[in-house]
Design a protein around this ligand. Structure first.
Ligand SMILES: NC(=O)c1ccc[n+]([C@@H]2O[C@H](COP(=O)([O-])OP(=O)(O)OC[C@H]3O[C@@H](n4cnc5c(N)ncnc54)[C@H](O)[C@@H]3O)[C@@H](O)[C@H]2O)c1
Length: 335
């Protein structure tokens, strides 16, 4: 009788552990973020009529941000370098929302042309009278080994991902400090937390952003209504691989590989908006194994370094064989 009870207890424990494991494996964001999604403020209630400036709005995550913001009724500023692409995004925003043309400002902007950022900020203020949220989203990744990569590539990555973001933030923050309110949301990456081969420069630029914003936040202590949020996505479907820096500034990636194993763009953007309206300081948005590695990197770095060595070998092998560097971590290998 006693044995039977013990057996039943063991079986129940195994079932519980199995269910817990399945639940943990299904998570695609850190626990604070997923709690906020479940119990916190909803973007639909918080963002209507807010002026949200999105950089890198011509493709990928920035483009999807424009659509979800427009549907919710936020007033949007769309920035990137290519005006025709921004006009295309604006047209679609108008088709899927109740916004009118004046509610969406197309503002071409090159993040690396820092001398233009003050005037761009003034243009937004002239049009809308305020900036409630700046989303620093524009940026490019990297696929190249350090030994093969020219130093000029490192300078270009920092100029775009780091200095471009810092420069625009500076001008917009001046306005937010005058108003004593506003939100600055920056697309960092899980690569801003961990390190990964083939992305030494990209990781460095995202680590720089993390350090910068984590230091800026306490500098703004006397403005409790100015919120600094960094978003750390893992692999997400977008044009990022088409636009990566390689070992040479003049070279693009020959084979971009299949991207369908990555997190859908709309899910990443939804969780970004949840993070924005719930004033999260940092949010991790990723499927496994990157989400698990984020936790390890934060709480047990020795294990994370061991695991990254294993994953790193696969990344480099994939890259050299012409498939997407992250393909093997996914359940469905299509490439
Ligand atoms: N897709 C991912 O897997 C992933 C993961 C983590 C972080 N991110 C970050 O998300 C952000 C958006 O990337 P994405 O995945 O949508 O890639 P994407 O290539 O589809 O979009 C990047 C956007 O940045 C713009 N951009 C590039 N250079 C610019 C410049 N000089 N000036 C102004 N705009 C410029 C592009 O025109 C485009 O609109 C980036 O900061 C990226 O680092 C992406």
């Amino acid at each position: 009788m006693e044995w039977a009870a013990l057996l039943l207890l063991a079986l129940a424990l195994c079932a519980l552990l199995y269910l817990l494991g399945r639940w943990l494996l299904g998570l695609d964001g850190d626990l604070t973020l997923l709690w906020a999604e479940w119990r916190g403020k909803r973007p639909e209630n918080e963002l209507p009529d807010k002026v949200v400036w999105v950089t890198g709005a011509s493709s990928g995550i920035g483009e999807e941000l424009a659509y979800q913001l427009a549907k919710i009724g936020a007033l949007v500023v769309l920035s990137a370098r290519r005006e025709n692409e921004l006009e295309r995004v604006k047209q679609k925003c108008l088709e899927i929302s109740n916004l009118s043309s004046k509610d969406i400002l197309v503002l071409p902007l090159d993040l690396t042309d820092r001398s233009s950022h003050e005037a761009a900020t003034k243009t937004v203020l002239q049009h809308f009278g305020r900036i409630d949220v700046l989303v620093n989203n524009g940026g490019r990744s990297q696929r190249s080994l350090f030994v093969d990569t020219k130093v000029e590539v490192y300078a270009a990555i920092m100029e775009l991902n780091y200095l471009g973001t810092v420069s625009l933030t500076k001008h917009v923050l001046n306005h937010m400090v005058q108003r004593e309110k506003g939100k600055i949301v920056t697309m960092s990456s899980v690569m801003g937390i961990m390190g990964a081969p083939l992305a030494t420069g990209y990781c460095a630029s995202k680590h720089a952003l993390q350090g910068f914003f984590n230091s800026l936040r306490p500098e703004l202590g006397e403005y409790p209504e100015i919120i600094i949020t960094t978003i750390c996505p893992g692999p997400v479907q977008s044009k990022i691989i088409h636009n990566v820096f390689t070992e040479d500034l003049s070279k693009s990636l020959d084979n971009t590989g299949d991207q369908s194993h990555k997190m859908p763009t709309d899910r990443c953007v939804r969780l970004t908006l949840v993070s924005m309206v719930n004033d999260l300081k940092e949010a991790w948005i990723s499927d496994h194994p990157y989400l698990a590695v984020c936790y390890l990197w934060q709480y047990a770095p020795t294990w994370a370094w061991w695991l990254m060595n294993k994953m790193g070998k696969i990344r480099i092998q994939n890259f050299k064989s012409g498939v997407d560097a992250d393909i093997s971590y996914s359940q469905k290998k299509k490439a």
